[in-house]
Design a protein around this ligand. Structure first.
Ligand SMILES: [Zn+2]
Ligand SMILES: [Zn+2]
Length: 394
């Protein structure tokens, strides 16, 4: 099968993919509430002759069987959910669901996998193997739809040999894509600490155990975890974005609450770091006469792109778009639940450029003005189809 035949199909289906994206964009639903979106996707797939099954409540899974379908299976993933953001774009396809917005491009991902599915379904007599389509709920909300889909068996019957995910990237112009082999995105855990002391009149510190002072030392001391315990070769971030002491100018409170995030790119170090954070917090608070409750909630794991799968996908992209349109991605300390799949199956998560400087399409994801250059959709569907076929052959 030639690249040109894929490009022709991508061009032919691009206008309808734009309409599909606009429909999903105008009708966003929050994480784990994607009932109408899932019904719409299921119905779209049916019009292409693809039967989908529900999974994880609002998720869907479907198969496109080529010749010799047992030979190899690869999976393509899209996410269905939107964010609790009021859309500020004045566009024909503006969100009709006030306060909910596809501000992370999951409308684009869903429309792209649908367009890709249409191309592959048309070509199914020309390739060997099976393409599994995964439409998952709840990427934006813990515990992540990916973890639920895995629990419900999305990686079995048939088990994919590799998995591909595509995500919008507003820093990269439409028409370009980005890849990174190996570690790419961070794990993200939430830290909740309550520092306990003994409150009282601020003029009589000798009568109190000041949790504000203890918490201040603790925030500084915990940075040692990053600077002295983390290997310089493993990216690590510890940030406290919320500090709450409900005292007054003349009142020392009983307790101070700290909330933060811990991010890294190594699962062994991640667990070690949790222990070190707990030990240091408990020890430091005790040494200053106080105590603390500490709770670290595991979020998504770190995202690792398999070198072999990524190499095939990248070479496919270079052939499809030209080497000048394929860039290296930097490490990214954001988190993404596609990481759950990458812990189970060799996978590649790549970025689809959606920026258009001239038209002022530059806003970041998770902002009220996020939008895409829809020219990216033609690239998205054709490239993903080509990558899927190369992975089936690879
Ligand atoms: Zn997001
Ligand atoms: Zn996203």
């Amino acid at each position: 099968m030639s690249i040109d035949s894929i490009k022709q199909l991508a061009q032919a289906y691009a206008p309808e993919t734009v309409q599909v994206r606009r429909h999903i964009h105008a009708n966003p639903e929050l994480s784990f509430e994607e009932h109408n979106t899932a019904a719409y996707v299921k119905q779209e797939l049916a019009t292409y002759g693809i039967e989908a099954e529900s999974m994880a409540n609002t998720g869907l899974v479907a198969l496109i069987k080529g010749k010799n379908p047992e030979k190899k299976t690869i999976a393509l993933r899209a996410d269905l959910d939107a964010l609790p953001i009021v859309e500020a774009n004045e566009v024909a396809y503006k969100s009709k669901n006030e306060g909910v917005m596809h501000a992370c491009g999951h409308d684009v991902h869903t429309a792209s996998v649908l367009g890709t599915a249409r191309i592959l379904q048309e070509l199914r007599k020309e390739f060997e193997g099976t393409v599994k389509l995964v439409f998952q709920p709840g990427e934006e909300k813990f515990p992540g739809g990916a973890s639920l889909m895995i629990k419900e068996g999305v990686l079995q019957n048939p088990a994919p040999a590799s998995m591909i995910g595509q995500h919008v990237f507003p820093m990269l112009p439409a028409g370009k894509v980005g890849f990174r082999s190996g570690m790419y995105m961070a794990s993200a855990d939430e830290i909740y600490i309550t520092v306990k002391g003994k409150g009282g009149h601020a003029a009589m510190p000798e009568m109190n155990i000041d949790p504000v002072l203890i918490a201040s030392h603790l925030i500084v001391a915990l940075q040692q975890i990053v600077s002295r315990h983390a290997s310089p070769k493993v990216p690590t971030v510890l940030s406290f974005g919320k500090v709450e002491a409900k005292g007054a100018t003349n009142v020392i409170p009983n307790e101070v609450k700290l909330e933060g995030t811990f991010r890294t790119m190594n699962e062994v170090w991640r667990k070690e770091a949790h222990q070190k954070i707990k030990q240091l917090a408990e020890g430091l608070c005790a040494s200053m006469g106080g105590s603390c409750d500490i709770d670290i909630k595991f979020g998504y794991p770190f995202l690792q792109n398999d070198p072999a799968v990524t190499s095939i996908a990248r070479k496919a992209a270079e052939a499809y778009l030209g080497t000048e349109n394929v860039v290296d991605l930097d490490l990214w300390m954001g988190a993404e639940d596609f990481a759950y799949y990458t812990q189970q199956v060799p996978a590649c998560f790549y970025r689809l450029g959606t920026r258009n400087e001239e038209r002022g399409i530059t806003s970041g994801v998770h902002t009220p003005t996020f939008d895409i250059d829809e020219a990216a959709l033609e690239t998205g569907i054709g490239l993903m189809a080509w990558v899927a076929l190369q992975e089936l052959e690879g």
